[in-house]
Ligand binder design. Structure first.
Ligand code: GDP
Length: 440
């Protein structure tokens, strides 16, 4: 995800290498590259321009701490601005009503029906809701059938009415049915079209008026880049929706939609779709997404996803260790082992700090981690906990022991050290203290 953008941003930060402090002159090139990276990722032109302008002001206005190099400082500033661009804080879906009513809107093929199912499953399993789905795409029997199949999979009933082709009446009846049967949540799927179409808009506006939903979620395919943003704008003008579900982020998406939607329609992305399976739905966290874009990994989401393997205590310990610069090769190794248990390797691997790059060009079979694991296994317990002692002769021994070579060993250690440094800076006081320190 966002690989190209990550790489280009990283390259732009490297331009500041060797500079003692940030000046208007030496950041000009970096800013130009940042802007180019954003445009290349299909970020809206105006958004990219404002973004680099803000980063520039912040960079010039900041006092670089002795301990922090300008390149690292820029990473931090760009990170915070990226998070800001995507909304800053995550925003919860409104499910307070009884029943709470969520209306799903979006073009055909965006993933609306799939995400109706995913959302019901998430709210059922994680928030204890008792959902009812309403199959509002009355024109396409296949769509009704698709929702029924999904409903069965996740154990959520689907309301349909044979022969009823009035989606407004169906939605109303569905809510009535939910009330009568003790459902505290109704999610209404609706008909989409391949492109914006007046009839579709009229229909969904009529449904909105008839059922006054607590929450309207606009579902959009992230692979469609700026089109996604334009469609969002049209739907929002008409429906004034509450939030966005950005789908297919597991694909080869460049990032433009994720980065531009908030600034163009001023509505939060609330969820992201990460695959076709019913559990592939994540709550959207702007700051974590910024971490991932900048190749910092996303340890928090990783830990959350792996709840069966990790516990919360473990997660806190790990964060503490990172903050204290104690994240060790043992932690690295145990992360890899957890990942291997979880499947969906490529997606998950990108969440480990530093791993995105290390495994970027590898084939994603079960052997993907073999070399890295072999290297770490060839270290002594002392070396794993305390990588600073890895001198030349130790490295040579590890290379021989792991059946790799000295370059591979050096590369892994270097990557690990670099990541640890940046991770530490990023996690210090959740980033907030850092910001304050820099403003002094
Ligand atoms: P709708 O027409 O808007 O209801 O779209 P569907 O829910 O039928 O989805 C269209 C296609 O996209 C289906 O093949 C889905 O399996 C697929 N799809 C939906 N969401 C995702 C996602 O997050 N990731 C991936 N890879 N595929 C998805």
């Amino acid at each position: 995800m966002f690989e190209n953008l990550s790489e280009k941003l990283e390259r732009s930060f490297k331009l500041l290498k060797g500079q003692g402090k940030i000046t208007e002159i030496n950041i000009a090139e970096t800013l130009k590259e940042v802007r180019r990276a954003l445009l290349n990722a299909d970020v809206n032109y105006k958004t990219a321009k404002i973004f680099t302008e803000t980063v520039k002001q912040k960079a010039l206005g900041s006092n670089v701490l002795n301990a922090v190099q300008p390149g690292q400082m820029m990473v931090k500033i760009v990170h915070d601005e990226l998070a800001q661009l995507m909304g800053g804080e995550s925003v919860d879906v409104n499910i307070k009503g009884n029943p709470a009513v969520i209306l799903m809107a979006g073009l055909q093929g965006s993933g609306k029906t799939t995400h109706t199912g995913k959302l019901a499953s998430l709210l059922k399993n994680k928030r204890g809701k008792k959902p009812l789905l309403v199959a509002g795409d009355v024109y396409r029997p296949a769509a009704i059938n698709q929702l029924q199949v999904l409903g069965e999979q996740i154990g959520v009933p689907v309301y349909t009415e044979e022969g009823n082709n009035d989606p407004v009446k169906l939605a109303k009846d569905g809510i009535k049915h939910a009330k009568a049967n003790g459902h505290d949540l109704v999610i209404v799927d609706t008909a989409g079209r391949l492109a914006i179409d007046e009839q579709m808009m009229n229909e969904i506006a009529a449904i909105k008026k008839a059922i006054t939903p607590d929450e309207i979620l606009f579902v959009v395919d992230s692979m469609t880049g700026q089109d996604a943003v334009n469609t969002a704008k049209e739907f929002n003008d008409r429906l004034n929706f509450d939030g966005v579900i950005l789908t297919k982020l597991d694909g080869d998406t460049r990032g433009g939609a994720a980065l531009s939607i908030r600034s163009v329609v001023d509505k939060p992305i609330k969820f992201v779709g990460m695959g076709e399976k019913m559990d592939a739905l994540d709550v959207f966290h702007p700051s974590r997404m910024a971490d991932r874009i900048l190749g910092m990994g996303d340890i928090v989401s990783l830990v959350e996803r792996a709840q069966e393997q990790f516990d919360a205590e473990e997660a806190r310990k790990l964060q503490k260790k990172i903050a204290k610069n104690q994240f060790s090769f043992n932690d690295f190794l145990s992360q890899i082992q957890q990942i291997k248990k979880m499947g969906n390797l490529k997606d998950l691997a990108g969440m480990i700090p530093g791993m995105g790059k290390a495994i970027k060009n590898m084939d994603f079979d079960d052997d993907a981690f073999k070399g890295i694991e072999a290297i770490i296994y060839s270290m002594t317990p002392d070396e794993r906990e305390n990588p600073a002692i890895l001198n030349g002769s130790r490295r040579k021994r590890i290379a021989t022991g792991s059946g790799t070579n000295i370059q591979e060993v050096n590369r892994l250690i270097k990557q690990f050290e670099d990541t640890r440094k940046v991770m530490r800076m990023m996690t210090k006081g959740g980033g907030k203290n850092m910001g304050r320190m820099m403003q002094n």
